[in-house]
Design a protein around this ligand. Structure first.
Ligand code: WTA
Length: 650
């Protein structure tokens, strides 16, 4: 356990939602229907009757054939809505086009350069069908994998939904990842088809994504077709026989396509995330429970109603976008904003102007973005009318109370509750989160969602209060990941081996005397840089793949805006000199291997790294040094002199 847990500042302020918010909330309405009077009673009742709660929720969705068992829990494996026949796309699209929802906007998209494109539910339905038919025409069917490497453009949700519609499995790779990362993920998934774009806008420049995809395709033997969306209109090379333009293939496709009847437990997607080794984990989600879990949490936590304008300002390349830009909002039939570019382009007023322009009512972003806006000052939000906002949200890392208060005051005008949602790629949906009826404490993600049993445990499995420990989950939830793709043993080892039948999240948290959870960060070798999970091992293996590097150690260094920055220490091979040029080359090398988000902010060359007698690098010692903290017990170090070397390097 980290030693500094009890030294953390305790935040005592409490914020209550207005009566108007409470009384009009979806959750309160639902509670009235079931004679539930208080938040505590809601949590208690749902915890004691998990089947009742989720059965109620699943009834809001359409099943081709009803399930006959709500859930079956054989730790560490769970199944939900057994024997039900279902397709998430039927619920996200097909059923809406039979109602008045058909003419409502599903997405309002804004490009970085200002272009706007709007799709109604009916438009989206037709686009999805056309692309689904195109996929089918190349023999893509149920269970086949499709890799998607697209920026924040409408073809991204269209491609995902088209795959799901015909029962294919999508694997979206964040467009900021490198060619190498895309290649590795395509190959792991053994994808038959890959989808990319010519390019996209980033801070006014065009990023040539196709060039990355070409690089990746040099060694991606399973990929038969590469579909290219024409978006940025930059020049690209089309590889004959392999590459096809998106707009050309959909031209002659029928805009009706039958939806594949799937089992509740059939796979919907794979999404790769960082773990403690260099190899990303293919987190696998399924159709039925995932649909129920994500739509229920969005409906109750962000309280979405028919006339809301929802903006989840994440990238669809991460789980936040999968669950809360694509699937859940479409299932609920709301209008979402989707934005292509960076928040501070062309100036730090961009987001606030968009909120005003589209009348956004519920806005969800990450602490790192809020801290960036704090730096630019309140003059920017003050220029805009943000009175349409009703609720705000935060995700990705712990939000420090100072940023929480700034967000509450300057964006929410002291009247919008902030939903600080704790969850993970693996959990698929919010698990520890406020509801709009809850009292809020800045920096706390409040309490588990109804039915969820979270706890903080000591190493010997004792429940802790007012002390830091392992954040765990004791019972399953519908949108829990089912396994790691092609690696069932790693699923067990990583998440289920520390405590019997209990899910280990990998986060450290504290539970206060009121039962509020305060998540403090990762306990494993995973960094959280600007809300993105990056494993130290991945960056280290990228570094040692360079000719000049013998060994590398990577740790997180606290950063006021990004939460953490990557700090790398390398031992060079004989014959290489630690010049500024070489250091720059190494930083760039990581960028090429993984992507810009993983580029170390600091890189030093050292003679030696602190190691145990068995040769394991002691990152704990390096981390303490980087943070200017005491190194603690180093009696097990084989080479204490390495610590002095670190002092010189920092
Ligand atoms: C961190 C993102 C504190 C946490 C949805 C978790 C948070 C990891 C919060 C998952 C929050 C996410 N408060 N920490 N509200 N939300 N985290 O898989 O460390 O990209 O384990 O999923 O982000 O990151 P992932």
């Amino acid at each position: 356990m980290p030693k500094d847990l009890d030294a953390l500042l305790r935040e005592e302020r409490v914020f209550e939602p207005s009566e108007e918010i409470v009384e009009n909330s979806n959750i309160k309405k639902w509670m009235r229907k079931h004679d539930i009077e208080s938040y505590d009673q809601l949590l208690e009742r749902s915890k004691n009757d998990v089947e009742w709660f989720w059965d109620e929720m699943a009834k809001d969705l359409e099943w081709f054939e009803p399930y006959n068992i709500v859930y079956k829990w054989k730790p560490p494996h769970v199944k939900w809505f057994l024997n039900g026949k279902f397709n998430i796309v039927h619920n996200a699209l097909d059923r809406h086009v039979k109602t008045a929802k058909k003419d409502k906007f599903a997405y309002i998209w804004e490009g970085e350069a200002g272009k706007v494109r709007k799709l109604t539910y009916h438009d989206l339905y037709r686009e999805v069908n056309k692309f689904a038919n195109a996929l089918k025409s190349w023999g893509v069917g149920k269970g086949d994998r499709v890799s998607i490497y697209l920026p924040m453009i409408l073809e991204l949700p269209i491609a995902m939904l088209a795959c799901a519609k015909i029962g294919a499995i999508h694997s979206v790779v964040f467009s900021g990842f490198s060619a190498k990362a895309f290649q590795e993920r395509s190959n792991d998934a053994e994808s038959k088809v890959a989808i990319t774009a010519d390019g996209f806008q980033r801070r006014g420049k065009i990023i040539n994504l196709k060039a990355n995809a070409d690089e990746a395709m040099k060694d991606a033997p399973t990929v038969e077709k590469l579909i290219v969306v024409k978006h940025a209109e930059n020049d690209v090379n089309m590889h004959e026989g392999r590459d096809i333009w998106w707009h050309e293939i959909i031209e002659n496709m029928d805009d009706e396509c039958e939806t594949e009847i799937m089992d509740s437990e059939d796979t919907l997607y794979i999404l790769y995330t960082s773990g403690t080794t260099g190899k990303p984990k293919g987190v696998l989600h399924i159709h039925g429970g995932y649909a129920v879990g994500t739509s229920t949490t969005l409906k109750f936590v962000f309280d979405l109603k028919d006339d809301d304008i929802w903006w989840c300002a994440a990238d669809i390349g991460w789980v936040t976008g999968h669950s809360y830009i694509v699937y859940a909002p479409l299932i609920l039939g709301v209008t979402s904003i989707m934005y292509e570019g960076t928040p501070d382009y062309p100036d730090p007023g961009r987001f606030w102007r968009m909120i005003e322009k589209y009348g956004v009512t519920v806005f969800y972003t990450a602490p790192t973005t809020i801290r960036m806006f704090m730096k630019f000052g309140e003059v920017w939000p003050q220029k805009c009318d943000l009175s349409s906002l009703r609720l705000l949200g935060s995700v990705g890392e712990p939000i420090n109370p100072e940023a929480w208060i700034w967000y509450y005051k300057n964006i929410g005008n002291d009247r919008c509750p902030i939903m600080d949602t704790w969850w993970q790629t693996e959990t698929g949906m919010f698990l520890i989160t406020p509801l709009p009826i809850a009292k809020l404490k800045p920096g706390s993600a409040v309490k588990p969602f109804p039915t969820v049993q979270a706890d903080v445990l000591s190493d010997d499995c004792k429940s802790l209060t007012e002390k830091g420990g392992h954040l765990v989950l004791k019972t399953p939830w519908p949108s829990m990941f089912r396994t790691l793709y092609k690696d069932p043993q790693r699923y067990i080892d990583t998440y289920w081996s520390m405590f019997e039948n209990i899910y280990l999240s990998g986060d450290v948290a504290r539970k206060d005397k009121d039962g509020y959870f305060w998540v403090q960060g990762r306990e494993d070798d995973v960094l959280n840089v600007a809300g993105h999970r990056i494993s130290t091992a991945e960056v280290e293996s990228a570094l040692v793949s360079h000719d000049s590097v013998a060994e590398a150690a990577v740790v997180g260094k606290p950063d006021a805006i990004k939460g953490e920055e990557i700090s790398a220490f390398v031992i060079l091979k004989q014959g290489f000199k630690a010049t500024d040029n070489l250091k720059a080359v190494l930083k760039k090398h990581v960028r090429t291997e993984i992507g810009p988000i993983a580029q170390p902010a600091y890189l030093s060359c050292v003679e030696d790294l602190p190691k145990t007698r068995s040769g394991k690098i002691m990152r704990r010692v390096i981390k303490a040094k980087v943070r200017g903290e005491p190194v603690g017990d180093i009696s097990t170090l084989a080479n204490p002199e390495a610590v002095d070397g670190l002092d010189k390097a920092i």
